[in-house]
Design a protein around this ligand. Structure first.
Ligand SMILES: Nc1ncnc2c1ncn2[C@@H]1O[C@H](COP(=O)(O)OP(=O)(O)O)[C@@H](O)[C@H]1O
Ligand SMILES: [Mg+2]
Length: 348
């Protein structure tokens, strides 16, 4: 599926950071790459929506620059595809700073973090994606690095072991997570700036689609951009993936021009319905309604029945279903709403 194919290339998700590129100077990094990255804004001015977040960041960046200090540590949280990695690439660009990319899933012990920390130059940025996946030991190792720009390194083993106290260059840590609730309080408190990214409006997504159509050199009219935006579930990454697929479809079937009917045919072909739900979203609703009689059902039970991971459901499927009031979360589990029954065309 188009969405998944692109997912694997943006430096987020489950891939092993060690498979990322290594820069000539030996600096480990998982720089985002792929088609998704091609459409990624490089400057704050190119970003659409999230006005409040951008406004606050601009002020913080401005002030830090004025003091010739690194920006305070920043934490972004929100569902996948809303711009966390984009902010983490745009901020260093604005500051003229170097950035290293790491992933919480790949930092299994403090020793995995040391190369990144010793590599930071003054004012540079260290981005840790999926920071909720850091084990407690690594998280605790970060505390002094974040607070005092200092770490302890243990050299040797057993009786000959000694501890080296290392002063680091002042840097900015940018963390991203889809699960703010899973971060420990002490780690969360060490971020001076904490921003939650919410879903985008149709108007914002429409603007993103139009801009990216220009980048992709494909013709699109306003009604078509709106039709795609309305079926993108409030998520820029989904809007981009829909646009990429529709561009291919238009090129191969419609002489390269995107019209409303071309866009609709293309989306039908990948099973995107009029609310923007795809197969997986509908499978979730059908499972909840068909297997669990509309609920309440536990997330694990639904995931098990669908034969997929509960993380995927919680991160990628449920936020939109909740927002659209197709499901509700109760203390006893998930429940389908009347709107869900109506959408599936099933009697309650
Ligand atoms: N505010 C924005 N303006 C324009 N495009 C955006 C914006 N936020 C995200 N995007 C697009 O969506 C894609 C996915 O965003 P990304 O930052 O990778 O999401 P996340 O890291 O939160 O999963 C980016 O490659 C970019 O093209
Ligand atoms: Mg990301």
């Amino acid at each position: 599926m188009v969405r998944e194919a692109i997912y694997q290339h943006d430096g987020s998700g489950d891939e092993d950071p060690q498979t990322g590129k290594t820069l000539p100077d030996g600096q480990p990094t998982v720089a985002p790459s792929g088609e998704d990255n091609r459409l990624r804004p490089k400057k704050i001015a190119e970003m659409v929506g999230q006005r409040d977040v951008i406004e606050r960041l601009r002020i913080a960046i401005d002030a830090a620059r004025g003091r010739a200090e690194p920006l305070g540590h920043v934490l972004f949280d929100g569902p996948p595809g809303l711009g966390k990695t984009t902010f983490a690439t745009v901020i260093p660009n604005e500051m003229g700073a170097v950035v290293q990319f790491a992933n919480g899933a790949g930092l299994k012990a403090p020793k995995d973090l040391i190369p990144y920390l010793t590599n930071v130059s003054a004012g540079s940025v260290l981005f840790i994606d999926e920071i909720h996946r850091l084990p407690r030991s690594v998280e605790e190792y970060l505390y002094t690095a974040m607070e005092d720009f200092r770490i302890d390194i243990v050299l040797g083993e057993g009786v000959s072991a000694r501890t080296l106290n290392l002063q680091l260059q002042p840097f900015t840590l940018i963390g991203a997570t889809t699960r703010a609730g899973m971060l420990s309080g002490p780690l969360r408190d060490r971020f001076q700036i904490r921003e939650h990214l919410g879903f985008y409006s149709v108007a914002d997504l429409c603007q993103i689609i139009r801009r990216n159509a220009v980048k992709l050199k494909v013709q699109i009219d306003e009604p078509s951009a709106i039709a795609i935006a309305e079926r993108s579930r409030g998520v820029p990454r989904i809007a981009n993936n829909r646009l990429l697929w529709i561009r291919d479809y238009a090129q191969s079937k419609a002489g390269g021009k995107i019209t409303v009917s071309v866009a609709q045919q293309a989306m039908e072909m990948i099973d995107v319905d009029n609310l923007g739900l795809d197969k997986q979203d509908r499978a979730y609703l059908k499972t909840l309604v068909g297997v669990f009689a509309g609920g309440p059902a536990g997330l694990e039970a639904i995931a098990h029945t669908m034969n997929c991971s509960s993380d995927t459901l919680e991160d990628e499927v449920e936020p939109f279903l909740l927002r659209y009031e197709l499901i509700v979360r109760t203390r006893r589990g998930r429940m389908a709403t009347a709107k869900a029954y109506a959408h599936l065309g099933t009697a309650m």
